[in-house]
Design a protein around this ligand. Structure first.
Ligand SMILES: [Zn+2]
Length: 138
């Protein structure tokens, strides 16, 4: 059973923030110059972190997508939390593709937190707040 998360008091553990800051430094974003890192905590409590990786044909991999792929590759298919650190002081919300991707592995207890470099939670969503009326397949 997942512990409910109170988004009003939730703060990021220092080790997760450090991992996000370090991973964001590795972002490969020569086209957008929009470096992002995302950290996914699986239902099993494991931590998966990724940066965005762009390519010249513009079919880039978002940080959230990389972290979710790593989670699934490790045999987990449930997301407890997502933490997203964008390049600047403003919150960096997941793109439409990533909202759908998060929805695929989330439940209503899943929280998506958007933070700044100090680890301050700027926005926090449930998956239905992030992607209302989500497509759930035919
Ligand atoms: Zn995305």
């Amino acid at each position: 059973m997942t512990e409910p998360i109170d988004s009003t008091t939730k703060s990021i553990p220092p080790e997760w923030l450090e991992r996000l800051l370090t991973t964001r430094q590795n972002a490969y974003a020569p086209y957008s110059r929009h470096a992002v890192a995302a950290l996914v905590i699986s239902q099993g409590g494991k931590c998966f972190c990724s940066c965005n990786v762009e390519s010249a044909h513009y079919k880039s991999v978002c940080a959230e997508a990389g972290a979710i792929s790593a989670m699934v590759s490790a045999g987990e298919t449930g997301i407890r939390e997502v933490w997203v650190l964008g390049p600047g002081p403003d919150h960096c919300p997941p793109c439409g593709d990533c909202r759908q991707r998060i929805h695929e592995f989330a439940d209503e207890q899943t929280r998506i937190h958007l933070i700044n470099d100090a680890g301050t939670v700027l926005k926090s969503y449930s998956v239905s707040e992030l992607l209302p009326e989500a497509f759930s397949g035919p």
